[in-house]
Ligand binder design. Structure first.
Ligand code: BGP
Length: 493
């Protein structure tokens, strides 16, 4: 007899609807509570920069001159937006009340390493830092909100860059593992899902954020990135080992920034290019974390780039023995792969992308592609057979505040609705999707362009690019929309 399968109605019971942010983009309080300086505190921004200047890749890179200047400008917060964020450090109780009203089931944020170990490897952790996160996370639990903690979202203690050259050094690996153990031991009772690293592939495309390299201090900048990434793979595996040992049964994930790519044509060369782009930019990172081994396709790539990794005894065994419990990714856009020269380009998260004539772009030039999210969910689910989490997705846009204070962001509602609809289709098609944390659900400082005016939130924050404003929070139209989406478990969009 033919067996029939019932198509699931939509999102499973207990689906983790949520919102995401990161410590450096939201907290502020950069020199309070015993926090040390971190790498994001040193990124310079000029509010008079044009759109093009803000988008320049060079603004995302660090060099010795910028570093020295930042270390002199210790009173300046206007030009260092990550020093003020949205003042979440002082306002989190008020913000948690809004999060509860929104109805989120899970809150994703990152822990700032320099709040726990101001210099990265201090003899003892900073108790004030631990208290801050303990209070924040237990505040979530009291409000029925689970916690998804990113253990590192780019900002490492600056001292590790000064002394060891960031992720180039195994000393940073050891310091990270001790930091990770401290988090599992001291915050294990208030965290539900762990993510050792935000967007693992970021180091490849944004070496200051991802692997904390200072460009002019490296003779072989492009090659050393891969050594840093190897060190991070080891750190990640050792953190997973510690997490599973200290907190048996804990859920620890691995995340990439997903650069979904389509073949530009059905020309076999373009299809082959798509496979290679996907391997080098996306799969490499999840393959190591989920399958526990360097994929064979990287050998040829490393040869081509002249990369020779220093792999210490035991590294590969550690990576093999400690794989992730779930996959996660950020999804903002898709692009196309081609061998043709001169293909038109457009912007994208972390990278410049090849243009797809079938897609519209956001105000910032990122190609919006809801079906690409469904495609990605299938690809990741098929490849790893692990639960999957959409850890970031959202629309950066200009919002207009009306005279009565209202904000009619119907464009954001359309964006979210279309992406969530495609996610729902993926679930009906069998994808084991466990959660969705919308990015920047409360407006925050942009990671790439460091501006405040690129807003993602359903909650508005009154602050401009120069860091001026009342910091008052208010609800955009999308707030009520997302609240209803969550309340109906994604049935009414
Ligand atoms: C991701 C980062 C986030 C976030 C997001 C949007 O890569 O993990 O920190 O900022 O991109 O990017 P942007 O802020 O540049 O618009």
């Amino acid at each position: 007899m033919l067996k029939t399968f019932k198509e699931p109605a939509g999102f499973p019971e207990g689906f983790l609807w949520g919102g995401a942010m990161a410590s450096s983009q939201a907290e502020g309080g950069w020199n309070e509570g015993g926090k040390g300086l971190d790498t994001q505190d040193l990124r310079y921004f000029d509010p008079t920069w044009t759109r093009e200047e803000r988008a320049m890749q060079s603004n995302r890179r660090m060099n010795s001159a910028k570093l020295e200047r930042a270390l002199v400008d210790m009173e300046d917060t206007e030009h260092y937006p990550f020093r003020h964020g949205i003042d979440f450090y002082h306002r989190y109780n008020e913000d948690l009340a809004l999060f509860q009203e929104l109805g989120i089931k899970v809150f994703r944020t990152s822990i700032c390493w320099a709040r726990i170990f101001p210099n990265g490897d201090d003899a003892e952790p900073n108790e004030q830092g631990i208290e801050f996160y303990h209070d924040l996370f237990s505040g979530c639990h009291k409000r029925g909100i689970k916690v998804f903690a990113t253990m590192l979202h780019y900002n490492i203690p600056e001292s590790l860059v000064q002394r060891f050259g960031g992720w180039k050094s195994r000393k940073t690996v050891d310091a990270y593992v001790r930091y990770a153990e401290t988090l599992f031991e001291r915050l294990g009772d208030v965290v539900d899902y762990w993510l050792p690293f935000n967007e693992f592939n970021a180091g490849r495309f944004n070496p200051y954020n991802g692997v904390c390299l200072v460009e002019d201090q490296e003779e072989h900048y492009d090659k050393v990135i891969f050594q840093c990434l190897h060190n991070q793979f080891v750190a990640n595996a050792r953190a997973i080992e510690a997490g599973h040992r200290i907190l048996p049964g804990s859920m620890i994930g691995g995340m990439i920034a997903r650069f979904t790519t389509y073949s530009a044509t059905c020309k076999p060369e373009d299809v082959m290019q798509m496979i290679l782009d996907d391997q080098y930019s996306n799969w490499f990172y999840l393959d190591v974390m989920a399958r526990g081994a360097y994929p064979a396709y990287m050998t040829r790539y490393f040869e081509k780039l002249g990369v020779a990794l220093e792999i210490e005894d035991g590294d590969l065994e550690t990576i093999a023995a400690n794989t992730i419990d779930f996959t996660a990714f950020s999804y903002y856009f898709s692009q196309v792969s081609t061998t043709s020269q001169g293909w038109e380009k457009t912007a994208g998260n972390l990278v410049m992308a090849n243009k797809n004539p079938y897609l519209q772009t956001s105000d910032w030039g990122w190609q919006m592609d809801p079906m690409g999210l469904r495609i990605t969910l299938h690809q990741i689910c098929d490849r790893y057979q692990l639960p999957v989490f959409v850890a970031e997705n959202g629309l950066g846009a200009h919002d207009v505040v009306e005279a009565d204070g209202s904000i009619h962001d119907d464009y954001r509602i359309v964006y979210l609705r279309e992406h969530i609809r495609q996610m729902r289709e993926a679930v009906r098609e069998g994808v084991d999707l466990i959660g969705y944390t919308m990015w920047g659900f409360i407006d925050l400082v942009s990671c790439g362009s460091m501006e405040m005016s690129k807003r993602y939130g359903v909650i508005y924050v009154d602050q401009d690019d120069a860091g001026k404003g009342s910091l008052k929070r208010s609800r955009k139209d999308s707030f009520a929309w997302y609240q209803h989406c969550i309340a109906t478990n994604g049935e009414e969009l």
